[in-house]
Design a protein around this ligand. Sequence first.
Ligand SMILES: [Fe+2]
Ligand SMILES: [Fe+2]
Length: 275
Amino acid sequence: MPAFELAAIGGPWGRRLAPRRAWLDQLPWHEPLPRADDARIVWTQTAFSEYASAAAFAEVASALLAAGAPIDLVAAAGDFVVDEIVHTEAAARVATALGGAVALEVDLTRLVRPPTPRADGAPLLAAAELVVRTSCVGEALTVPMLKLAARLAGSALIEAVLTRIVADEASHGQLGWWFLDWAAPRLDDAARAHLAGVAGDAIRAFAPLLGGSCTDSGLGVVGCDRYDPAFADAVSRAVVDPLAARGIAVRLADLPAFPPAAPVTAPQELAPAGA
Ligand SMILES: [Fe+2]
Ligand SMILES: [Fe+2]
């Protein structure tokens, strides 16, 4: 698999993007940071996760178009691709500031898990699957975890990066709830049950994040003693409850147990990338 690398071509395309990434240049990049291997790994993975989130919103935008969703929702999903690309650059620059990104092999052809194939096409349900996985689970979980990482960062630079990113992720999550409310009259009980399974699978996809060794918090890394209870609370409050309010019942009992001790964890976009 190829190594994860980023390139920009500049010219008119750089000028077009400049207003969206201007905040990056105003951060205190001069802050001296320690060379921290845990944090270098986390921020490299974060850059890739943000890249995968850009791919997810590109797919969401396309699926919303196919489903005839409201055009302002479509525009927002397309616009979020730009947010995620800027987050990718931000995370990569943090990794550089911490001593350099680590080598990461990636499969760019499998960034987004496709929706369940259906004989009838069912574009609305396909869009709903992508939206539930990306916004209602991934982005909704990202917000509280990024806030926690920002509080524990111990670095003005990293706190500023995380705070700016989380401001964007909040609206990325909100898109999911607005979509489901618009789609509600068009979703029957079978569709809602299917979406509950999709959400449960997406939450389960994060289980690997909950296994492994612990590390101290800081520089964007959240130690397991702080991460585990916050994550369990976020699953319940930010995902399961708002889905239940829309008739999409994810059974917490079906989800993996949240172990009392877990991993080095990432301030990363939590949307599960890859099939
Ligand atoms: Fe992001
Ligand atoms: Fe996002």
